[in-house]
Design a protein around this ligand. Structure first.
Ligand SMILES: [Fe+2]
Length: 346
């Protein structure tokens, strides 16, 4: 089950071209391409005649011609040409999905097009801020349900075991978590005081000695996360701490797009408040983050199999509180959406 009235990431912007491509979002096949002017088009990827994917056909100007019998569809999914002398059947059309380009990503709206508002797309502070640097990774394919990755991104504790060579440190095993439910998601966070920075951060912070560290893990509905890491010299952090001028901040943005119930496409990039133009630093951070996320992938792919094929019940722990709240609220939103859809169909 998925929330349909929401923006999901369909692709990096450079991935969508004048070539017809099939992508899969929420279990639906979508044909995506650009018009001659460069605008985005996303159509249901099935000709209504014999269901050949339109992505197997040809792009003709700003229209798509089916590769089987030449039915031709415009950017809003209306058939504008069909073979035979009796004209175009009124039901010869395909769904057109609203799309929007922002943050180097292509966003797609899978629900009712009348509700699609680009101003609802996840807001990214500092995206165009020249004082902040950025590193991007490739999108990653996960063989697991998207909610397992949402769980992971509401779970500051797992870094102690999964990411020992990068994000984890002894303090991340047991420092108490705080959970906050917001209007648009859940935040799990904690400050850990006066300890040695974890290996990944030790390489990038611009101060010596111990740190105070914030882990802010936030996931917003349906499946978009901000993981904020703050490192400040020991004694200057904490919820009310006067942050030091050498404070290092890394905002990690993570967007999970369900391919279907068992697979997820995972897009991510990080923004940092130091050395914005340092390409070598961006490259190193990308590689290290990619390596750490591969560690998550290996675990989550196995968790997917374990939870799908379990023969005994699983248990929850107190550290799972944020994840469980997130899942419960998202499920309530999905239920409500489906109820409204049923009422409108009656
Ligand atoms: Fe992780």
């Amino acid at each position: 089950m998925f929330l349909r009235n929401a923006w999901y990431v369909a692709a990096w912007d450079h991935e969508v071209t004048r070539e017809l491509q099939q992508i899969m979002v929420l279990g639906e096949k979508v044909c995506i391409f650009r018009t001659e002017a460069g605008d985005l088009v996303a159509l249901e990827d099935a000709c209504p005649h014999r269901k050949l994917p339109l992505s197997k056909g040809r792009i003709k100007g700003d229209t798509v011609e089916c590769g089987y019998h030449g039915l031709t569809f415009n950017c809003v999914g209306q058939c504008v040409w069909a073979p035979g002398s009796s004209g175009i059947p009124s039901n010869a059309k395909v769904h057109a999905y609203p799309c929007h380009e922002k943050y180097g990503l292509v966003w797609i709206w899978m629900g009712n097009p009348a509700l699609a508002d680009p101003s609802d797309i996840f807001e990214i502070e500092h995206y165009d801020d020249p004082a902040w640097g950025i590193n991007r990774g490739a999108a990653m394919e996960l063989d697991c349900n998207y909610l397992l990755m949402c769980d992971n991104l509401l779970d500051p504790t797992h870094v102690a075991w999964v990411h020992q060579s990068s994000f984890g440190s002894d303090q991340t095993k047991d420092a108490p978590l705080r959970i906050k439910k917001t209007d648009d998601g859940v935040i799990v966070h904690r400050w850990m005081m006066d300890h040695e920075p974890a290996p990944f951060y030790k390489k990038v912070v611009e101060f010596e000695g111990n740190c105070d560290r914030l882990q802010h893990y936030e996931v917003r509905y349906p499946s978009h996360a901000l993981i904020k890491a703050v490192f400040t010299p020991a004694g200057t952090g904490g919820p009310d701490g006067p942050l030091h001028e050498k404070t290092f901040i890394m905002d990690s943005y993570n967007f999970m797009t369900p391919t279907d119930e068992g697979r997820t496409r995972y897009y991510w990039f990080q923004l940092r408040n130091i050395r914005p133009d340092d390409e070598a630093l961006s490259k190193m951070m990308s590689e290290d983050v990619q390596h750490a996320f591969e560690e998550d992938r290996a675990v989550l792919n196995e968790v997917q199999k374990g939870m799908t094929n379990k023969t005994t019940p699983h248990i929850d722990l107190p550290i799972d509180g944020g994840q469980l709240r997130f899942r419960r609220q998202l499920q309530a939103m999905i239920n409500e959406e489906q109820q409204v859809d049923r009422q409108m169909a009656e």
